[in-house]
Design a protein around this ligand. Structure first.
Ligand code: NCD
Ligand code: ZN
Length: 347
């Protein structure tokens, strides 16, 4: 039985760091284990221009813990008014690694997102020409579509038409939650990839709704049926280059989660690596954890592989993590998988 595993240091290819006091409080939770992260731009107001991205990057670097060797990988928030020249220049200078597409209204802080996909045609063409990856929040916002069907509907109605109309466009399907998403990712070539979160490998929709409503399991896209969770586990542990880790760790203070209209987001930065070791061991795929967490994402984004290493050890005692992270905006609850985890990151 394997009880210790050493990986290249992992990268989190989808992370919400927020800003100000919240960022200060959650940054160490990521920098403790991760070397780099693709930082989501859904601030209020969003990170839209290269100037915004540069200023946000500086704010993150200024808050890094003293001993942290961490590189934030910046993104731009795509709007109908995005200037293709600014975007391409930001990518060519190395400032940004990707551009994020939020359908307007799909999730937290997506009001400035895209309503009319025709209006981003010129930007998408410029991105395809210059190889800038498009990270996609893949849910339709049509209120007549059932929330559990919104990812599958997005693939048919929006994503597939965009990809057909824009040959060469590099796309990351962010936080896929369905077998449909996994299958579609597999139907593409090397231009198409998908991130998978930690929590979607652990919970299905029953965890949110059966036996009482559990707001800390509510995120978007919402967790689906068990057959979808199993498809995600098979994809994540497959070793296939198109699938990689994006935790989507998304801090919200408890009073906004435990609320009549609670915010979407699970906070998993703290315990993602022990949880992934637990899951990959269950799937007898510990030897593929490094591909999922440390290699496939870097390779897709054309980044050098991390040289530093992270060791995980299985111990007799269960891992203990803080139930909550204290922030000036209020406590943030750490994702509770509901089972003991015996894997520890060896510090
Ligand atoms: C994210 C957030 O809080 O910013 N929430 C979430 O449920 N995942 C936004 C997002 O990625 O959809
Ligand atoms: Zn997200």
């Amino acid at each position: 039985m394997v009880s210790e595993i050493t990986l290249r240091r992992p990268d989190d290819m989808h992370l919400h760091l927020r800003d100000g006091a919240m960022m200060r409080a959650v940054l160490p939770e990521t920098t403790r284990h991760f070397a780099r992260a693709i930082v989501m731009p859904n601030l209020v107001p969003p990170v839209v221009t290269s100037r915004d991205a540069s200023a946000y990057r500086d704010r993150i670097l200024a808050e890094l813990p003293a001993d942290a060797a961490f590189e934030p990988l910046m993104t731009l928030y795509l709007t109908e008014a995005t200037d293709p020249a600014d975007l391409v220049a930001a990518h060519e200078s190395g400032l940004i690694k990707a551009v994020k597409l939020y359908p307007a209204g799909a999730t937290t802080n997506s009001q400035s997102g895209v309503r009319d996909f025709e209006k981003i045609r010129a930007v998408l063409d410029a991105m395809a020409e210059t190889g800038v990856p498009l990270c996609v929040h893949g849910e339709v916002t049509d209120p007549s579509v059932d929330i559990f069907d919104r990812e599958a509907a997005f693939i048919d109605r929006v994503l597939d038409p965009i990809r057909r109309a824009t040959p060469g466009l590099r796309v990351v399907m962010e936080h896929v939650t369905t077998k449909d998403g996994v299958d579609y990712a597999r139907s593409g070539g090397p231009d198409l990839a998908a991130t998978i979160t930690t929590h979607h490998l652990v919970i299905n929709r029953n965890h949110i709704l059966a036996g009482g409503i559990r707001p800390h399991y509510y995120c978007l896209p919402v967790a689906k049926r068990e057959k979808h969770r199993l498809a995600l586990r098979a994809a994540a542990t497959s070793g296939e280059a198109r699938f990689f880790l994006g935790t989507d760790s998304a801090p919200h203070p408890d009073h906004l989660k435990e609320h009549a209209c609670g915010c979407a987001g699970c906070f998993t930065a703290t315990n993602t690596m022990p949880l992934l070791a637990h899951i990959f061991e269950e799937e007898t795929a510990l030897d593929r954890l490094e591909a999922f967490a440390s290699i496939n994402g870097a390779t897709f984004y054309g980044l050098p592989l991390n040289e530093a290493r992270l060791t995980l050890k299985k111990r007799d005692a269960a891992m203990v993590w803080p139930e909550k992270i204290g922030t000036e905006a209020g406590p943030v609850t750490v994702f509770d998988p509901g089972f003991p985890v015996f894997w520890h990151v060896s510090e």
